[in-house]
Design a protein around this ligand. Structure first.
Ligand code: 5GP
Length: 193
């Protein structure tokens, strides 16, 4: 079946990736507020929750043991190890929502994006860039939720991730938040109408 025809029967997958600190969470929330019928795929992670994060809302926080069992039982549509922790997307959630005709927003890293693209080649991939690494460092420091060592690791990872941006279909630079929000919503709207 041609992709377009299939997309009309099934929902579409919108994948957003960005180095941490690029403003992705705020942008994803703006998208979900604007399109209330869109579903957000709440990832499973073995990372500890940060201050202010809520279990089953921001992430499903699970143990490494449970995560690894999930790998064996094909529970994840994709999974990756990021900054020393495991992150995965529920295969069951994706299958259920897509077949109900719902569009899904995924906030996953590049490793996960490549896996999803193999299974769902029609997915719309969007990479959010910070204006510069310096600004990214300042944002991470201001967030004050991670230790210096963790920030360094995230920055190194961010630089590596940014070299992969060409693998995404769309690129949005989050220089001014309000502008980036509008750009992202307008972009998603072109696929949804
Ligand atoms: P954080 O720990 O800052 O919330 O997320 C770290 C990284 O993991 C981000 O790049 C985020 O997009 C990615 N991530 C979050 N959930 C998933 C997931 O389910 N799968 C994959 N592959 N990456 C994820």
């Amino acid at each position: 079946m041609p992709d377009r025809q299939k997309d009309r029967l099934q929902g579409s997958l919108f994948i957003i990736s960005a180095p941490s600190g690029a403003g992705k969470t705020t942008l994803c929330n703006a998208v979900l507020e604007y399109f209330p019928d869109m579903r957000y795929s709440i990832s499973y992670t073995t990372r500890k929750s940060r201050a202010g994060e809520q279990d089953h809302i921001d992430y499903h926080f699970i143990s490494k043991g449970e995560f690894k069992k999930g790998i064996e039982s094909d529970r994840w549509a994709e999974w990756a190890e990021v900054h020393g922790n495991y992150y995965g997307t529920s295969a069951e959630f994706i299958a259920r929502e897509l077949s109900a005709g719902k569009d899904i927003l995924l906030d996953i890293d590049i490793q996960g994006t490549m896996q999803i693209l193999k299974r769902f080649p029609g997915s719309i991939t969007i990479f959010i860039m910070p204006p510069s690494v310096d600004i990214l460092r300042k944002r991470l420091e201001k967030r004050d939720t991670d230790s210096e060592a963790v920030i360094e690791r995230r920055l190194q990872n961010a630089e590596a991730e940014m070299t992969q941006k060409g693998r995404y279909r769309h690129l949005i630079i989050n220089d001014r938040l309000e502008v980036a929000k509008k750009e992202l919503i307008d972009l998603i709207a072109t696929y949804r109408h």
